[in-house]
Design a protein around this ligand. Structure first.
Ligand SMILES: Cc1cc2nc3c(=O)[nH]c(=O)nc-3n(C[C@H](O)[C@H](O)[C@H](O)COP(=O)(O)O)c2cc1C
Ligand SMILES: CCCCCCC(=O)C(=O)O
Length: 383
């Protein structure tokens, strides 16, 4: 059969013809390769969850409890997964979740991830505890979309300063993570005696920050780590603090880590512009509900009044479809791109994205979906 060049429908054939055997093609394959490359500490830090890892497992299982009921004969030639989020046109509803301290996976860390995200036109959410500063990362991205994830600091002026810097560096949304008022109990890290922060991998944004620096008697990595730890855990964080953030930025504010429909309503009441349904990839409260299970209730509570994103357990194109059909406006991935980064740097992240977007395109076609509007509960069944 004659196959037209660059025809989307021949995507998989084209790939197999090109013989793409050298790079992994699934989460599991990337994890096996990363296991060979990384020492125990970083590998377990990336792949692991908290407690007995019940929530980590639940995030994956939740996707298997839904099956897609595909529609036929719908002419899907001109399908597109594009979305508009906060006024930005995006070619696909996939973003890179904030993942801190990426130099534990690869020396190029966030710079490699940023280049791959920019090339793919996928927004990169840069973590407060990144290994490179938010300005260095922005520089590698040109005009490509980027958001900044904020870890609240007990020293509010440090938070305000970071948000100001993010605005100045062209970040177009602030993602406030609300599920990390203290760190989850991670057995793997205890066993390995491993702390990437103490290794100095997440200091860049702090060391560069004028307000943070002014709090140190001497700017050394050791002093910075102690000061970060003093500031980053904030059990007193409450809804009232959202107002402070609102006063200090005109950018959209998303709250990441929402799992209860009542909290979604409170997010709306307190002026949030978006929420991320997430259990932090099963790294915070073990035994917490999976993100996908939490999603329908939250989507119902929000009722289209603000964008709802989801992360925690998204691994395949079909997973993206299921999350969108259950009410997400977009999804984020964390560990999948970190494994790609660990194995092959920028090329690894690019390959993970390429696979996921290829899978998503094929899944849209085979489910009879032309646009994301076709991804609704009518194409899912609970199994
Ligand atoms: C190694 C690692 C570091 C992370 N660092 C951050 C962070 O700095 N800020 C944050 O909000 N979430 C962080 N997360 C959580 C992710 O943003 C995201 O919620 C989670 O990875 C999604 O689940 P997934 O890994 O199953 O895709 C981190 C996750 C991992 C795996
Ligand atoms: C004191 C630094 C905490 C960094 C937490 C990063 C994160 O969210 C995660 O590893 O998960």
């Amino acid at each position: 059969m004659a196959v037209a060049k660059d025809n989307k429908e021949t995507y998989l054939f084209t790939r197999v013809d090109k013989n793409t055997k050298s790079l992994p093609v699934s989460f599991e394959d990337w994890a096996l390769k990363a296991r060979e490359i990384l020492p125990d500490g970083p590998f377990d830090y990336i792949i692991g969850g908290s407690g007995v890892e019940e929530t980590l497992a639940a995030n994956i299982k939740a996707f298997s409890r839904w099956a897609i009921v595909p529609r036929m004969l719908r002419d899907v030639t001109h399908r597109s997964a594009h979305i508009t989020l906060f006024g930005q046109q995006l070619r696909t509803p996939v973003l890179l979740a904030p993942v801190g301290m990426q130099a534990i996976a690869h020396p190029d860390g966030e710079l490699a991830t940023a280049r791959a995200a920019a090339a793919a036109g996928i927004p990169f959410v840069v973590s407060t505890v990144s290994s490179y500063s938010l300005e260095q990362i922005a520089q590698t991205m040109g005009d490509a979309p980027r958001w900044f994830q904020l870890y609240w600091s007990n020293d509010r002026e440090v938070s305000a300063s970071m948000v100001r810097r993010a605005e100045a560096a062209g970040y177009s949304a602030i993602v406030l993570t609300v599920d990390t008022i203290m760190q989850g109990w991670k057995r793997r890290d205890l066993r390995n005696g491993y702390s990437p922060l103490r290794e100095g991998k997440g200091l860049a944004n702090y060391i560069q920050d004028p307000v943070f620096r002014s709090r140190l008697t001497e700017v050394t990595p050791e002093n910075a780590v102690e000061e970060i730890i003093r500031g980053i855990y904030h059990p007193a964080l409450s809804w009232g603090d959202i107002a402070f953030l609102r006063e200090h930025t005109s950018l959209p504010i998303l709250l990441k880590g929402i799992l209860h429909p009542e909290d979604a309503k409170l997010a709306l009441e307190h002026g949030a512009d978006g929420i991320v349904v997430s259990n932090h990839g099963g790294r915070q409260l073990d035994g917490a509900v999976s993100a996908l299970e939490a999603l329908p209730g939250i989507a119902e509570a929000v009722n289209g009044r603000l964008p709802v994103l989801l992360d925690s357990g998204v691994r395949t194109g079909s997973d993206v479809i299921k999350a969108m059909a259950l009410g997400a406006n977009a999804v984020m991935i964390g560990r999948p791109f970190m494994l790609g980064l660990a194995v092959a740097g920028e090329q690894g992240v690019a390959s993970v994205l390429d696979t996921l977007l290829g899978e998503l395109d094929v899944a849209m076609a085979l489910s009879g979906s032309n646009t994301v509007a076709d991804l609704n509960p009518s194409i899912l069944v609970r199994v």
